[in-house]
Design a protein around this ligand. Structure first.
Ligand SMILES: Nc1ncnc2c1ncn2[C@@H]1O[C@H](COP(=O)(O)OP(=O)(O)OP(=O)(O)O)[C@@H](O)[C@H]1O
Length: 676
């Protein structure tokens, strides 16, 4: 009997595995373990005497053990892929379906599990044994461990990663049996190094794959054209933000759709499916004339198309160029993060409002999420399948805004496009239009808008015929619109038409409970999900006044994540202005309070400001005066003006410049709470 403490008999199924395993054992133990190897397919001796027998699989053990080596101790090997081929697999494009081929289901399952454990999990493995049916969609890649003959012929790229090797736990087990005292010392340094390098290569490949995909994502979304790609099963694999906007759908859902669902235009579909390689044609896509260019990759049949605003009068189509704010409802209620009672109330009300088909006016300070609400309301409304167009009305000069919103007829003005142009109201037919910063529109645009809301019809500039439109209008403002009406700057009839339903989005300082979840959400968006924010930093941030609300918080998270060293954010990572301001604010607030200097009239004023704040309004002075008088306080105009000035000097309120209105500061709010 072979009872040497330094020799092993090894059995494998195929001669290829025998060769690979014997070589591996030689490399690992640097020749200090004698190995005798046999392959079942080559035939075996009838009987072998050995203390330990290693089997390449449970199947080989069942076939060999009882007859050939009945008295030996069996070791059934665990196996892993031959890591010398790792790079070839890591290079396969992410999310690609790849057939894994082997002779038995058991080997296939085991191999796929070991490939995944090694980090080859960026592709979609499809198990395949002979005589099984192949998936319907054509496949480009197949991988096998030593069984290339079993790969279906029609698959163009075939990768044979050779026989699988013994895994590390089997190596360690063998080393413990044969070199009991110091098992690790007998595993060759070069083998251990290979293992460490292997891990490193996987990590590097994963990191560079992530970097590449983030980079590509930005490139795709940074270009001015819409970009589309779909595979031979007509599944959309790429739809960039630009195209998603044109098609009025969220980018996220686009890549799971079939081409026909994404583009419900039969002429365009047939061009994309059957058109010639490298050709262009103009198509009408929801009222936009688009020049579509089609290319087809011969290697895998993937079709790539670009959508460019068609140049019919020497310039790009304004409706595609100018309306940067969005042509599809990107956000749903689930995207509005935070669980504070005030936010929950606003969300609950908004959900109810989405079901009623009237105009809505959303009020709230800048950056509170008004646009998010508008988009979520559209998505939850019966108009969800219609278009959603978001326009920042303050970003365009009056004449351009007019022609964008209401369209124009042929020859309406110099430079007008031949044939005229549909306005956004016509394009939003059956859907919703979101007019942001509505407080800024001119009297002319107000008059035209009133007509659309009152008569439900639109008159193109220079036109004579009115066109019926069925569009829900959601508008938003951070101004005190009632005050604008009072001051004669905004038409009251229009105000009442737009304000049929009202929603006010609370400022962030009124919902400090939401700050923590928003912080982690924004870190996630920045791909810094492992970054930690200690409780003391969260508490500190919860105490700030956030005049720019969630937008400001988002910017600050991005700043902190950039400057933080390691994966924990500290107080030092806060922008300096926040560290200093807050220290001063807190000190002053405490000092004023300690001196008990808040008088009754000051309290009243702050109380009334809070009343407005809860409704998302920064009132102007006149509005505040009226409110105070309606509350039964007989203060003169002069008294109130002086009060506001004094409180502003004490940093308890902020007098916004221009028409921004009056706002409470943190310490104003804190003092009032303390007084109560
Ligand atoms: N509750 C929230 N959850 C997640 N993100 C939010 C939330 N509220 C706001 N944001 C984010 O903050 C930013 C500002 O939001 P949004 O543009 O909707 O504010 P707004 O009130 O319309 O601002 P403005 O009045 O200046 O137009 C956006 O990046 C938005 O995604």
């Amino acid at each position: 009997m072979n009872d040497h403490k330094d020799s092993l008999v090894c059995f494998t199924g195929t001669k290829e595995t025998k060769k690979a395993v014997a070589q591996q054992l030689k490399d690992v133990f640097d020749g200090s373990l004698k190995v005798e190897a046999y392959a079942v397919e080559e035939g075996l001796p009838t009987h072998i005497e050995t203390a330990y027998a290693l089997y390449s699989s449970a199947l080989v053990y069942e076939e060999v053990a009882a007859t050939v080596v009945p008295d030996s101790v069996p070791i059934i090997a665990g196996r892993m892929m031959n890591f010398h081929y790792l790079d070839e697999l890591l290079k396969l494009p992410p999310d690609t379906p790849v057939l894994y081929v082997n002779d038995t289901q058991e080997t296939i399952d085991e191999s796929i599990a070991s490939l995944r454990a090694l980090g080859i999990d960026h592709i979609h493995w499809i198990p395949y044994a002979p005589n099984q049916s192949l998936p319907k969609a054509p496949l480009t890649y197949a991988v096998t461990c030593g069984e290339p003959a079993l790969i279906p012929e029609e698959i163009p790229y075939q990768i044979n990663i050779g026989a699988r090797l013994l895994d590390f736990s089997t190596i360690y087990e063998l080393s413990s049996i044969f070199f009991q005292a110091q098992p690790l010392q007998h595993i060759s340094e070069s083998y251990l190094k290979q293992m460490v390098q292997l891990q490193r290569r996987v990590l590097q490949a994963q990191t560079s794959a992530e970097q590449l995909s983030t980079h590509l994502y930005h490139v795709l979304n940074g270009v001015n054209d819409g970009i589309l790609a779909f595979d031979t099963s007509e599944r959309v694999t790429v739809c960039n933000e630009r195209l998603a906007r044109l098609l009025h759908i969220p980018v996220r859902s686009a890549t799971h759709l079939k081409l026909k669902q994404l583009l419900p235009f039969s002429d365009l579909q047939s061009f994309l499916l059957n058109g010639a390689h490298d050709t262009s044609e103009v198509f009408d896509v929801y009222g936009n004339q688009m020049l579509v260019h089609r290319m087809e990759r011969s290697v895998d049949g993937i079709v790539i198309a670009t959508f460019d605003a068609a140049n019919t009068n020497g310039g790009a189509s304004p409706s595609f160029e100018v309306i940067q704010k969005g042509q599809y409802a990107k956000y749903s209620f689930d995207d509005i993060l935070g669980h504070s009672p005030v936010l929950n109330q606003a969300k609950a009300l908004a959900k109810k409002l989405s079901l009623v088909d009237h105009s809505i006016l959303i009020t709230g300070e800048t950056g509170t999420g008004k646009e998010l609400f508008a988009s979520a309301i559209h998505q939850a409304s019966p108009r969800a399948h219609g278009p959603y167009l978001a326009v920042n009305v303050s970003s365009l000069p009056e004449h351009l805004l007019e022609s964008e919103l209401f369209g124009y007829v042929d020859g309406a003005f110099t430079g007008a496009r031949k044939g005229g142009k549909k306005g956004l109201f016509e394009q939003a037919q059956g859907g919703t239009i979101f007019l942001d910063e509505i407080g800024d529109i001119s009297p002319t645009v107000q008059a035209r808008l009133l007509r659309v809301l009152q008569e439900k019809e639109v008159l193109r500039i220079g036109g004579e015929n009115v066109l019926p439109v069925n569009v829900r209008v959601i508008s938003a403002t951070n101004k005190d619109l009632a005050e604008e009406v009072y001051q004669g700057r905004f038409r009251s009839d229009l105000y009442h038409r737009m304000n049929v339903l009202q929603l006010s989005v609370p400022p962030l300082r009124n919902r400090p409970e939401d700050i923590e979840s928003l912080l982690y959400h924004f870190l996630d968006e920045l791909k810094s999900s492992t970054t930690l924010i200690p409780h003391e930093v969260v508490l500190y941030l919860q105490g700030l006044s956030w005049p720019g609300n969630v937008r400001e918080l988002k910017n600050i998270v991005s700043y902190m994540a950039t400057v933080a060293e390691g994966n924990t954010i500290t107080m030092q990572d806060l922008p300096e202005r926040l560290q200093q301001n807050t220290a001063v604010e807190h000190d002053e607030a405490l000092k004023t309070f300690a001196e008990g200097s808040l008088r009754e009239d000051e309290c009243t004023l702050i109380q009334q400001l809070m009343f407005f704040e809860q409704r998302g309004i920064n009132p102007g002075r006149k509005r505040l005066e009226r409110q105070i008088q309606e509350a039964g306080m007989n203060y003169t105009e002069h008294h109130i003006r002086t009060l506001i000035d004094q409180l502003a000097d004490a940093n308890l309120v902020i007098k916004g410049s221009g028409r921004r209105g009056i706002q409470l500061t943190d310490q104003g709010r804190a003092l009032l709470k303390q007084r109560k």
